[in-house]
Design a protein around this ligand. Structure first.
Ligand code: MN
Length: 481
């Protein structure tokens, strides 16, 4: 079960961009692309095919980069493993974290320091992404804070609306950063927080690990890198940040302060509504010389994969605890990397697949649909999963439906009973969701060939370099006429 390393993990964002550039996977936009919509439109057009570097957006001297982890295969490559080893490698890192190491002396992320006359939009090229977004947002910032009770750090990504020179509004979901903030707020104190922008893809992925509170995601980054992550203390707080990050914003989550945030186009490809949210006041900005500003275009592949791969790794581990013959899982792109789970399972007894479905319903509240397939079906290929449903599933006996469960509040279909006129009492139904499970496994025992998948002997051994050549003009004369 120990994953095979094919290469070393990539150690820096700039190394990774050079590597993408050398293999035709990094495009360069024309100078001066507009930060409002145009930059995101261009990045979206190349989503999953090429990352894009944007020199001097709106004339800003800082360049923007986007889409550098927009394919599953690229992320595996950045980690130095085969794609099939991505989940086992991530899981191993979660189970064996490596503590970070503090650098002595100057850190690259603090080469240039701004502490007076701060204006985020003057210092940084912050794009406005979707049509109805309420202005510019930082979408690829790692929010790092210390638990005020234990001192252990936490890392998470939050959308950050930049609505004043030194103020950002953040969406905090009920997870670790919110718990830290509530704890500090209970003592009428601000919570120091740092936002790291422009880190390598391995650290980006590690930041999304699903861990218990007081488990530091930067230690998962160290494990994935195979070496302690270099960190440095912030200028204005005790928070430690990745020393090799491009840009650090230092600030405080204010107590008893909420300001209007949104609307903002989110991962399900719908907008989050405008509401009062937590506020970060900025105290300093530090960065490398000639820094790169990373932006993630919401709902595009970079966003979905960052969320889905760490979730897949933890779902696989969770399901295997009660069902060791679960062999692989996938959160599909069409299911926004959150809602639709495909499970590959080595079924030995009738009925087992339904138990796996029920376990998956309980594994994460976001999961809305579960399809269980046999081990001859590749769960990372939606067409294969659909084939299994088409040929191994009957709705009257293989379907499991559970109504009235907890779902995702960002799923607009969970809003029920909303009468014309926007009765606010109807809003409390949001997030109540039905769960659907499809057992698309074949029977354990079946008559010869009924469920045998058609194969052509030798189909996996064809070598195009040996067996084929390009069509030439003379071939037309010889073979077609
Ligand atoms: Mn955490």
């Amino acid at each position: 079960m120990t994953p095979q390393h094919t290469n070393s993990p990539v150690s820096s964002l700039r190394d990774w961009l050079r590597h993408l550039g050398a293999s035709s996977r990094l495009a360069v936009a024309r100078d001066g692309v507009r930060l409002e919509h145009e930059l995101a439109a261009i990045a979206k057009r190349l989503d999953g095919r090429q990352a894009v570097l944007f020199p001097r957006p709106d004339g800003h001297e800082v360049s923007v980069v986007s889409g550098f982890m927009s394919r599953r295969a690229w992320i595996a490559e950045a980690l130095g493993v085969e794609e099939a080893q991505l989940l086992p490698r991530f899981r191993e890192a979660v189970e064996r974290p490596v503590p970070w190491a503090e650098v002595s002396g100057p850190a690259p992320c603090q080469e240039v320091r701004h502490e007076a006359d701060l204006d985020l939009r003057r210092l940084l090229p912050i794009p406005t992404h979707s049509e109805h977004d309420n202005g510019p947002y930082i979408t690829a910032g790692l929010a790092i804070a210390r638990n005020p009770d234990s001192g252990v750090q936490n890392v998470s990504i939050h959308r950050l609306q930049v609505h004043a020179p030194r103020r950002m509004a953040a969406l905090l979901l009920p997870r670790h950063l919110q718990a830290f903030h509530r704890s500090a707020e209970g003592r009428d104190q601000a919570l120091p927080v740092a936002i790291a922008i422009g880190v390598d893809p391995v650290t980006m992925l590690a930041s999304q690990a699903i861990l218990p509170i007081d488990h530091d995601e930067l230690e998962v980054a160290g494990a994935l890198h195979g070496t302690p992550l270099r960190v440095v203390k912030c200028l204005t707080s005790e928070v430690r940040v990745p020393a090799d990050a491009e840009i650090i914003i230092e600030g405080r989550l204010l107590p008893h302060t909420r300001e209007l945030e949104g609307p903002f186009g989110e991962f399900p490809r719908y907008y989050s509504e405008r509401a009062y949210r937590e506020v970060i006041e900025v105290d300093a900005v530090t960065h490398r010389r000639n820094p790169l500003f990373h932006t993630i275009v919401p709902a595009e592949m970079e966003h979905l994969l960052l969320g889905s791969i760490p979730r897949e790794a933890s779902l696989l581990s969770l399901l295997q605890r009660s069902h060791p013959r679960v062999t692989d899982v996938h959160l599909s792109v069409g299911g926004v990397g959150r809602y639709h789970l495909y499970v590959q399972f080595d079924k030995k007894r009738e009925g087992e697949a339904k138990n796996v479905i029920l376990a998956a319903f309980g594994a994460h509240y976001d999961i809305k649909q579960v399809v269980v397939v046999d081990t001859d079906v590749n769960v990372h290929d939606p067409a294969e999963v659909e084939w299994a449903v088409a040929t191994r599933f009957q709705a009257d006996r293989d379907l499991v439906v559970v109504g009235g469960a907890q779902g995702s509040v960002l799923d607009p279909s969970t809003t029920v009973g909303m009468p014309p006129g926007d009765d606010p009492s109807a809003l409390r139904h949001q997030g109540i969701s039905a769960k659907m499970g499809l057992d698309a496994t074949r029977p354990v025992v079946y008559e010869a060939h009924v469920f045998t998948r058609v194969r052509i002997p030798g189909e996996d051994d064809v070598d195009p370099a040996r067996d084929l050549r390009a069509f030439e003009a003379s071939d037309a004369a010889h073979w077609i006429g």
